[in-house]
Structure formats: C-alpha cells, structure tokens
Ligand binder design. Structure first.
Ligand code: THU
Length: 156
C-alpha cells in the first residue's frame, strides 16, 4: 500500500492538491453551520477535470447534520455517475475566522469514500490538515479505513 505523505505546509503539496484546497476553502463559505459554527468545505476532482464541492449542512435535529465530504461525494455520484473520483481535499475553519483548523474525515465519511472507491475500482486520494501545520495526502480510502465494511460482508 502506498504511504501516507505528510507536508509541513500547503506550499509543499502538488498544484492540483493546492487547487482543490483552494476550492474547498471557497466551498466552506457555503457551510450552513449555525450550531457548531464549524465551517467545512470539500472539493473533489473527477477524471474529466470536473470539480465538485460540498459544505456541511446542519439541522436543528442534530443527527441530521451532513458533512461537507458526503455532500460533495453524493453530488458527484448523482450528477456524474460515470466519472471516477481522483482526489478530494477537505478544509475547515471556525465561523468568522479565516485560518484553517485541522479537520480529519469522520468515520461515516470514510465509509462512504470506501464505497465509492470500491465502486470505481480505483483509489481516491484524500488531502486534509490533520493537525496544526500537518497536511496529509492519503493514497486511498482503504488507507483511511482499513478493514471497513463492504459488500463482501453481505455475500452469503
Ligand atoms: N464535519 C464535516 O463536515 N466534516 C468532517 O470531516 C467533520 C465534521 C461537520 C459536521 C458538523 O456540521 C460540524 O462539522 C461539527 O461536527
């Protein structure tokens, strides 16, 4: 399995990853997060170069809150089902603050990433800030969620 690459700053990342981080930042402005005030943006790039973005959407009924990553993934799957996903970047900041804070994909989003990765038979790279000054480029959803649940578990 490819290693998880770490970077001390955004400038060290490749230009496509930096572009996706930029698009994820733009998307985070559309977060609807009146409860947590934690603004998350995700941007992913498809094989044909299309970039899809998502931002977290909260609800007064808290369990209905939806992460930015899944908003982007579901939109990509619904609108461009034939296009494979190459890479996704995720960023977060507190409401009314510009500087990025660490946001690591939650377990539910890892599970959804894994489903699409299996479906397209090709890894999806994930770029995110996991701690202060530490970006990672994870080579696949499988690396983010080893031994995840999949359709294989459902076969008799
Ligand atoms: N959130 C995301 O959008 N993505 C993550 O990876 C972690 C958490 C959102 C969900 C909720 O709206 C807010 O951040 C606080 O948990």
């Amino acid at each position: 399995m490819k290693p998880v690459d770490t970077f001390a700053s955004l400038d060290e990342l490749d230009s496509e990853s930096r572009y996706l981080v930029h698009k994820a930042k733009e998307a985070s402005a559309h977060a609807y997060a009146p409860y947590s005030k934690f603004m998350v943006g995700a941007a992913l790039i498809l094989d044909d170069g299309t970039v899809m973005t998502g931002a977290n959407q909260e609800n007064a009924a808290y369990p209905l809150c939806m992460c930015a990553e899944r908003v982007a993934l579901y939109a990509a799957s619904a609108l461009h089902p034939a296009q494979k996903i190459q890479k996704m970047a995720v960023v977060a900041h507190k409401k009314n603050h510009k500087e990025l804070v660490p946001a690591s994909c939650c377990g539910a989003c890892r599970q959804v990433l894994l489903e699409y990765e299996h479906r397209q038979h090709r890894p999806i790279e994930i770029v995110m800030l996991v701690s202060e000054g530490q970006w990672i480029k994870c080579p696949s959803a499988e690396a983010l969620l080893p031994h995840g649940f999949s359709k294989e578990n459902l076969t008799e």
